[in-house]
Design a protein around this ligand. Structure first.
Ligand SMILES: Cc1cc2nc3c(=O)[nH]c(=O)nc-3n(C[C@H](O)[C@H](O)[C@H](O)COP(=O)(O)OP(=O)(O)OC[C@H]3O[C@@H](n4cnc5c(N)ncnc54)[C@H](O)[C@@H]3O)c2cc1C
Length: 301
């Protein structure tokens, strides 16, 4: 029986695990990979790596610590978390049933893909999924955002503060009636292609243009220095969807002590309903969840 099982090896889960090891808890990290979304890095021809603020140094330190501490990690996929009289069982796709007194869910989100030719080829080479992380790098550049919803509006608005031009592609009339949508309609450096569809991403070493189709069927080419697919982020919370309370988008609801609606289950990072999907926020949330789980365990140890 473990004291704590952390599910998810991104910034939140890695930090939580390292904190728990330092508190000398009997802890296991179960994850598909180590590093999570920090393994994605946007490459651009005119950007040197050092100009990007990533918080990666902290995450990489924790990652290499866990690469070394083999006993504290298991690279498997978790299917479900179930209650047991003595705590919880973590069930993996590979058939393991791991018993634990407490759990931290740190499984992040997954981005929605365009699923068009060229997307995979140019992923992270001029085509990316987090304008909010990279917008300040686009001073006087031409950019494009694809998506319909608050994330697409926010990404366009942030890019428009520095970029020469932003094309917002695929947005609907309803989304444009939101306050930020109205503001973007009036912006001189934003072109809105309402209800257009992207059919292909093209380029050479990096993505250079999007082939789009208008509602009336005519095709056009949008050239950009970088393009952002902002169609939404889906929280990876299905393993506890029948156990803990989720918000309407599927984020796990937590309180200020990282506690979910079920005693003994904690959550951290992008999978939760906290503000801001960023590496350093996830690192802090992971530390907080580990300390909170430790406090809870002090009553039991
Ligand atoms: C393309 C891109 C670029 C970004 N760039 C930046 C940046 O420059 N700076 C910045 O601050 N933020 C950036 N972000 C945001 C940042 O990466 C996230 O906010 C951060 O990684 C969230 O950490 P997390 O630990 O909550 O989740 P994640 O990093 O998503 O990690 C989730 C972990 O859970 C594991 N997992 C998921 N489901 C299961 C399962 N069923 N079983 C086992 N394991 C599972 C995954 O394998 C992964 O290890 C970027 C995001 C994207 C998509």
């Amino acid at each position: 029986m473990y004291d704590l099982i952390v599910i998810g090896g991104g910034p939140a889960g890695l930090t939580a695990t390292v904190y728990a090891i330092r508190k000398r808890l009997n802890v296991l990290l179960v994850s598909r990979d180590l590093g999570g979304k920090t393994n994605y890095r946007l490459a651009l021809p005119w950007i040197d790596d050092y100009q990007v603020i990533r918080g990666l140094e902290v995450v990489n330190k924790f990652k290499s610590e866990l690469e070394y501490l083999k006993f504290a990690r298991l690279l498997e996929t978790v299917e479900r978390v179930e209650r047991r009289p003595e705590g919880f069982a973590v069930l993996t796709r590979e058939g393991k049933e791991l018993l634990t007194k407490t759990v931290i869910i740190a499984t992040g989100t997954r981005q929605k893909f365009l699923s068009v030719p060229g997307e995979k080829e140019f992923m992270m080479r001029g085509l990316c999924y987090s304008a909010i992380s990279y917008a300040p790098l686009f001073i006087d550049r031409k950019t494009a955002v694809v998506g319909d919803g608050e994330l697409a509006l926010r990404s366009t608005a942030e890019l428009a503060t520095v970029a020469k031009h932003v094309h917002l592609i695929g947005v609907s009339k309803d989304t444009l009636s939101l306050p930020l949508g109205k503001k973007l309609k009036a912006a001189s450096n934003v072109t809105i292609l309402q209800d257009y569809r992207v059919v292909e991403v093209q380029g050479n070493s990096y993505a250079e243009r999007l082939m789009v189709k208008a509602p009336d069927g005519h095709q056009a080419e949008i050239a950009a220095d970088a393009m952002f697919i902002e169609m939404g982020l889906v929280p990876t919370s299905q393993m506890v969807q029948d156990l803990v309370e989720l918000d309407e988008k599927g984020h796990i609801k937590i309180d200020c002590l990282s506690r979910t609606s079920v005693q003994g289950i904690f959550a951290a990072g992008d999978v939760t309903d906290i503000y801001a999907e960023q590496v350093l926020v996830a690192v802090g949330e992971g530390a907080k969840a580990a300390l909170s789980a430790y406090d809870y365990l002090l009553l039991m140890l």
